[in-house]
Design a protein around this ligand. Structure first.
Ligand SMILES: *[C@@H]1O[C@H](CO)[C@@H](O)[C@H](O)[C@H]1NC(C)=O
Ligand SMILES: *[C@@H]1O[C@H](CO)[C@@H](O)[C@H](O)[C@H]1NC(C)=O
Length: 406
């Protein structure tokens, strides 16, 4: 009896051990095949885990609220032929779907959008046409050109014409300093620019627009060296300690923008700016009087927002467009052709937010604060480049307003 008991115990041990071994092996294999399939996915099925890697000008409002992304849900917003492409000699490139809607957002981001709609911080009261008015790409280009007045605050605008401001604003109109150019580049700050090797291509443009504190030093290979215009949000100018010290800002033409209450005029906005950047602006101007440094007219972002709302089939965030979208509009008015890098996400999607910072800032996903999703829909609609360029280079190519016939 004792003998059989021992036998039983022994076989139990063996069975348990075998079971354990089998589970271990199975787990290892699963891990391996998971990584393999991930590689396959990136290579062949082009699963873009995160869509909006645009990180231009996210105001702090977005940082706290925008920290979720769901790869599977996000990839639903991508279009393109699904399934096997083996029988197809033409490679297909799965890129941004211009019909993306808030339904493509994960529930949490949908809720944030609803919260912004309820909050309506900027007192938006849109009375224009839409939502969901359809324009051909050509018609939309003309519409944007005529509806969005890209211009800067001038020394004759009250209260900038008072003694407090004497000598601070640039004397020349921006058009005498900027352009007209033939080929321009708008370079986002997206983490997916890392290892893109796009530097040379970007530098090949007549003018390059960058955002906020995006550096070129140490990243030339990927983002180039040239900075012709730097568009900054007022938050940076107000709160970034290095703004007055860092040589990064001393190159090119500077433009700062600040969100106003919906369609405020300049005097009203001046009394109630989102960030009171005026003192730092003046300090910078004293230190660098020779560098052109403009203040974007506060009406411009809302003029652009109105068009975005009109063409989007649902209510968009009642917050100003992203710096990215503003920069694109600025270049469209100054150039014959505008190449936009990593605004529509490429295959190099990454969870790293900025190419120059090693952290995951979730403010740069689908745009909880800015109506990024709808901006991307519009840029995809206006894009004249091939999907291949978007997929491989993150590049969208838009004809500028200078040469269009309306
Ligand atoms: C655009 O703004 C400038 C500066 O305020 C103004 O002089 C011009 O008339 C405006 N143009 C349009 C089309 O509204
Ligand atoms: C500044 O502009 C306002 C509005 O156009 C005008 O009424 C005022 O006289 C101007 N002030 C000066 C000092 O020119």
């Amino acid at each position: 009896m004792i003998h059989t008991n021992m036998k039983k115990k022994f076989s139990c041990c063996i069975v348990a051990f075998l079971l354990f071994a089998v589970i271990c092996v199975w787990k290892e294999r699963k891990k391996g095949s998971y990584y393999d399939s991930l590689k396959l996915q990136t290579k062949e099925f082009q699963v873009l885990k995160t869509l909006g890697k645009l990180t231009m000008g996210s105001h702090s409002q977005s940082v706290s609220s925008d920290n979720t992304q769901d790869p599977q849900k996000n990839s639903q917003a991508l279009s393109g032929p699904k399934g096997s492409t083996k029988s197809n000699p033409q490679p297909s490139f799965q890129v941004w779907n211009k019909e993306s809607s808030s339904k493509n957002l994960i529930p949490r981001l949908q809720k944030i959008l609803k919260n912004y709609l309820n909050m309506n911080k900027y007192k938006v009261s849109y009375k224009g046409p839409g939502p969901g008015v359809k324009y051909s790409a050509d018609a939309l280009r003309c519409y944007l050109r005529d509806r969005v007045n890209v211009s800067m605050v001038e020394a004759t605008d009250f209260p900038f014409n008072t003694s407090d401001w004497e000598g601070y604003l640039p004397k020349e109109n921006i058009r005498t300093k900027a352009g007209p150019w033939h080929k321009c580049a708008v370079v986002s700050s997206a983490g997916s620019l890392k290892s893109s090797q796009l530097g040379q291509e970007i530098d090949g443009h007549d003018a390059v627009l960058r955002f906020n504190g995006a550096p070129t030093a140490n990243f030339q290979q990927d983002v180039g060296t040239k900075t012709t215009i730097r568009l900054m949000n007022s938050q940076l100018v107000t709160t970034e300690k290095r703004f007055l010290k860092d040589g990064l800002y001393n190159e090119g033409i500077l433009i700062v923008w600040d969100p106003s209450i919906y369609h405020s005029d300049i005097p009203k906005w001046y009394k109630n700016p989102d960030y009171n950047f005026f003192n730092n602006y003046k300090s910078y101007r004293k230190m660098h009087p020779g560098q052109p440094f403009y203040i974007l007219r506060p009406q411009m972002p809302w003029e652009l927002w109105d068009v975005l709302q009109e063409i989007s089939p649902e209510e968009i965030q009642p917050n100003p467009p992203s710096s990215g979208m503003l920069g694109i509009l600025i270049m469209l008015t100054l150039c014959d052709q505008v190449d936009i890098y990593e605004f529509l996400p490429s295959k190099r999607k990454t969870d790293v937010c900025y190419y120059y910072q090693k952290f995951f800032d979730s403010a740069c996903t689908m745009g909880a604060y800015h109506p990024l999703l709808f901006e991307k829909n519009m840029v995809k609609h206006l894009n004249e480049g091939p999907d291949e360029d978007i997929y491989l280079l993150g590049k969208a190519t838009l004809p500028g307003f200078r040469n269009i016939h309306c």
